[in-house]
Design a binder for this molecule. Structure first.
Ligand code: SF4
Ligand code: SF4
Length: 381
């Protein structure tokens, strides 16, 4: 494994890290398999944005006294009130979830305390113009977090966060497709042919600026959505003429300035091994330039299953529903029984959607959720 220093924090992260979202709502054995494999391969950073107690307990149990071998990237304000993934800046609630996280992980501190999901002006005000920021600064002062981080999908906002001087680490959605989009790009807008491996000329200027800014300020980046929720690996969904490999996606992210670790969501030992195998490949095998140069569209409007659109007033698990829809859409006449069983097991139905639109306002990727719910209802009901 190779390690990179996390900016000025004094900590170093493995260049391939673990995103734990695929351990959510899964049995303990899945967490054990993935965490064991990650540690065996030298991974030393785990992101845990999920607020649920069961997944945190599973990760803690799987670490089996090895908590000191990993850096935990924990999020402040990620909550599951009313049993739905949500975010809050309410300090009392943040404190309750944070203290719970420390207790569950059987630790005194979280290494990387992330100010959760700051994409909009309202998010910014909710963090920096309330007692939320005072709380976060106090956590650092008391040693309950070793460094202050923030997560964002919006390059302009992320740059603003970096400019505050408070943020030591940024978790940012980085992959070649996103980089070739402007944040507010129209759905379907393509930037084919703009990519140039040796410069940022082909990349959205706001993103290019962000990477450079982080590098110049000594603010490290850990990446999320590195594989575009797997869509960059798929001939069906990739915006490029050919799908990328896991290694090419990792290499792309690791070749952005300031990026120190790619957090790859894994649910099996084999997926961990495939991600870490990046280290064994040649430069030619990692090279993504010939594929990126053939962009045929954008990722805008494609769901990456992040659940940032919750809560839904009728409690639809939007990400899971779209994921089932995407899977079923590959061959609508032969929908796997496993998918149908999953859909039937839900307590909600896509047809319950009231078209309130709150999910579409919150989705960072411009997904037309209501249309997806109609399609899911037609597909599964
Ligand atoms: S539009 Fe439908 S899916 Fe979206 S939040 Fe409203 S009810 Fe839920
Ligand atoms: S609709 Fe948007 S916010 Fe919701 S899971 Fe998909 S990408 Fe994430």
């Amino acid at each position: 494994m190779l390690f990179r220093p996390i900016g000025k924090t004094g900590m170093s992260a493995s260049i391939v890290g673990l995103g734990a979202e695929h351990l959510d709502n899964r049995p303990y054995e899945v967490a054990e398999e993935v965490i064991d494999a990650a540690l065996e391969h030298g991974i030393n950073i785990i992101d845990c944005f999920m607020p649920g107690k069961p997944v945190r307990e599973n990760i803690s149990r799987a670490l089996k006294g090895r908590r000191d071998q990993v850096l935990i990237q924990g999020h402040i304000g990620s909550v599951d009130l009313r049993e739905q993934y949500d975010r809050t800046r309410d300090v009392d609630i943040c404190r309750r979830y944070f203290e719970d996280m420390i207790r569950i992980f059987k630790t005194d501190y979280i290494d990387l305390g992330m100010m959760f999901f700051i994409d909009t002006e309202d998010d910014y005000k909710g963090v920096f113009e309330t007692d939320y920021i005072t709380y976060v600064l106090k956590l650092k002062e008391e040693g309950k977090i070793r460094a202050i981080g923030a997560s964002s999908h919006n390059p302009k906002m992320a740059a603003r966060l970096v400019e505050t001087g408070v943020v030591e680490l940024l978790m940012f959605s980085t992959n070649p497709a996103f980089d070739m989009l402007t944040y507010d790009a129209d759905i379907g807008e393509a930037m084919a042919g703009r990519y140039d491996k040796d410069s940022f000329d082909g990349i959205d200027p706001d993103r290019a600026y962000l990477y450079r800014l982080c590098e110049s300020k000594g603010v490290a980046i850990t990446t999320m959505k590195t594989l575009g929720a797997g869509k960059l690996l798929s001939p069906e969904f990739s915006p490029f003429a050919k799908p990328l490999t896991v290694a090419q996606c990792i290499h792309y992210a690791l070749t952005r300035p300031a990026v120190v670790s790619t957090l790859i969501g894994c649910e099996t030992r084999e997926q961990v091994a495939e991600a870490v195998n990046y280290l064994n490949l040649t430069d030619d095998e990692r090279d993504y330039s010939s594929i990126i140069g053939t962009a045929k569209g954008t990722m805008s409007g494609q769901c990456v299953y992040c659940n940032h659109c919750l809560p839904c007033p009728v409690e639809i698990d939007i990400a899971h529903t779209i994921r089932m829809l995407d899977t079923a859409s590959l061959d609508p006449d032969n929908i796997p029984e496993r998918i149908l069983d999953q859909y039937r097991a839900n307590s909600y139905r896509a047809s319950d959607c009231t078209e309130c639109g709150s999910c579409e306002e919150k989705c960072p990727f411009g997904v037309q959720v209501i249309a997806k719910m109609h399609s899911a209802a037609a597909m599964f009901e």
